[in-house]
Ligand binder design. Structure first.
Ligand SMILES: *Cc1c(COP(=O)(O)O)cnc(C)c1O
Length: 557
């Protein structure tokens, strides 16, 4: 069996609540899961002895339907795990509410272009021996209440470690990708005579959340109800917080290497958790995955080997400008044909196209560009623009859903002036259509709430120009007027939130009207320069190969 499974050589276990590997496997909701998937893919390319551990999420995330008014309804996204992965003949048990909950595992093998393999273990409690309630634990990603979430985290953290044991892995490092899997550290404590130094030496923790309320916490009465006979409460409080169980704190206290996902995010994290020393490993994306076919072809022709060595993209200037432009226009035409057929719009490939697609939630400010319609109209008079949106709101995020409806209202209000489309059911495939097919990638979250962000890196890989607030990765990627444009001031300006928003709106409208539109329509050579620079100065660096090299040398070894 071990030949088939082939996991016994795995030395690094990468735990994540969501891992997005391909569109057909709806086991992710947004950036965190995509990052985890890109981590797996880069690890395979680099031949790292890494194994992923996550939950099966058998009922997927959800399928989004939007009616004519932009009202979102959610539909179950069933999928068939056995089409992609293999059920393993091992089961482990965790105790929840005093009951034995049995866990089985599926294995998915990701193969790199060079045929190197990284396995991913998907934990599954949907087994006949379990009671109906427990069978549902691994059904839905970010569904259910606090208790449901804690049960999932028991299965992921504790069940995950036990499953790796029973697969015969001898793991040197357990990497917790965000706090959802922190209970793994308590299981390691239990298995190692409560030796915290040993556990810390074997754990790596990455936080992704710059918002206090975004950290996973559980009141101790829930913890006791679910874990009463298998937890050393005193120890749990010592490492996870006295008043409530804070999964981030638990991870931080039991890991020797802790890091944020951008330099700015390290700074925020150190403020949020005083006394802890964070490293900063800025996120990257898996280049090959996120480069559209037209650009893959170009890179293959002029920069052979780029997929395994994305640093080669630094030599993008060896590709003639007209070929870059043609590849871009082909990607744009594909997108606009798709948009026009889906939304009945009349988008034009010669019009400057702005894209905005990501999880729809308040801090991302999806309607920011509509803040002052008079100024947006003025932009459109300087040079025509068209806008493409996409994104799901979490089923319980009422405010998020209202943002989608508001975008539909603006679409009506601007009818006949600015073409606007909202595409349903944002996911990996749609991202691959939208991101390479627009001219400008817009990103305007409230600062400093975007830990890193990665979609702008995907844009840059396809020669799409970034226009973003100075937060997360863009603080490191932006050279104003060279690699793209900034919206709003640098962090640490001594200004009120209202003043900052004024500056952001000024930048948004003024840079579009006076800088980007003139370049796009009248100074093509300067626009080409922005496109080239995006590849040469962003893509060559903000990729998951560079990111994993850093995890290996700074966290794993
Ligand atoms: C890359 C990606 C994200 C992350 O986008 P951000 O703008 O960085 O938040 C979310 N969802 C999907 C489907 C993606 O491909």
């Amino acid at each position: 069996m071990d030949n088939v499974i082939g996991v016994s050589g795995s030395k690094i276990a990468y735990f994540s609540m969501e891992i997005g590997l391909k569109n057909e496997m709806p086991t992710y909701s947004g950036g965190l899961g995509i990052l985890a998937g890109d981590t797996i893919k880069a690890s395979a390319d680099l031949g790292l002895p890494l194994i992923g551990v996550t939950l099966l999420n058998k009922k997927g995330y959800f399928m989004q339907k939007l009616d004519d008014a932009g009202r979102q309804t959610e539909h179950q996204h069933d999928w068939t795990p056995s089409n992609y992965m293999q059920l393993l003949p091992y089961k482990v048990t965790v105790k929840i509410q005093g009951r034995d909950v049995r866990i089985q595992a599926w294995i998915y093998n990701h193969f790199s272009l060079t045929d190197k393999k990284v396995p991913v273990i998907f934990l599954d409690t949907d087994i006949e021996e379990n009671n109906p309630e427990d069978r549902r634990i691994t059904y839905s990603l970010y569904g259910g209440d606090r208790k449901y979430r804690l049960k999932q985290e028991i299965v992921l953290g504790i069940g995950g470690v036990r499953m790796l044991n029973s697969l015969g892995c001898s793991i040197n490092k357990y990497h917790m990708n965000e706090g959802h899997s922190s209970l793994l550290a308590t299981e390691l404590l239990r298995q190692n005579n409560m030796d915290a130094l040993y556990v810390k030496d074997h754990c790596v923790f990455t936080t992704h959340t710059p918002i206090e309320s975004g950290h996973d916490t559980f009141p101790y009465d829930i913890v006791l109800e679910l874990m009463n006979d298998c937890v050393d409460l005193e120890k749990l409080k010592k490492y996870g917080g006295q008043h409530e169980l804070n999964m981030t704190l638990l991870g931080l206290n039991l890991s020797n290497h802790i890091n944020g996902v951008a330099k700015r995010h390290r700074e925020i994290s150190e403020k949020m958790f005083p006394g802890y020393k964070f490293n900063a490993i800025t996120n990257g994306i898996h280049s090959y995955t996120w480069v559209c076919p037209y650009f893959r072809e170009l890179y293959d022709k002029y920069l052979p080997g780029w997929a395994n060595e994305p640093e080669l993209l630094v030599r993008v200037r060896s590709i003639p400008d007209n070929e870059i432009w043609d590849a871009h226009q082909l990607a744009k035409k594909d997108l606009l044909d798709y948009v026009n057929s889906k939304c009945g719009t009349n988008m034009d490939p010669d019009v400057l196209t702005i894209g905005f697609a990501r999880r729809i939630t308040e801090y991302k400010r999806p309607t920011f560009i509509f803040s002052e319609l008079k100024r947006l109209r003025k932009v459109n008079e300087a040079g025509k623009i068209q806008l493409i949106f996409a994104g799901k709101a979490h089923p319980r995020d009422i405010q998020g859903k209202q943002f989608i409806e508001r975008i539909f209202q603006y679409k009506e209000e601007l009818k006949g002036e600015i073409e606007i489309a909202y595409l349903e059911n944002y996911g990996m495939d749609l991202a691959m259509k939208i991101v390479p097919g627009v001219d400008i990638w817009l990103n305007n979250p409230k600062t400093p709430l975007e830990a890193s962000g990665t979609s702008g890196m995907k844009a840059a890989h396809n020669g799409v120009v970034n226009f973003s607030v100075l937060d997360g990765w863009w603080l490191e990627g932006c050279v104003e007027g060279v690699t793209g444009y900034a919206i709003g001031p640098m962090p640490h300006v001594n200004k009120s939130p209202e003043e900052i928003e004024m500056i952001e709106l000024d930048d948004l409208y003024n840079k579009l009207e006076y800088i980007m539109i003139p370049k796009y329509y009248h100074r093509k050579d300067e626009w080409m320069c922005l496109m080239n620079n995006s590849i040469e100065m962003i893509a060559y660096y903000f990729n998951s190969h560079r990111m994993m090299h850093r995890y290996v040398t700074e966290a794993y070894l």
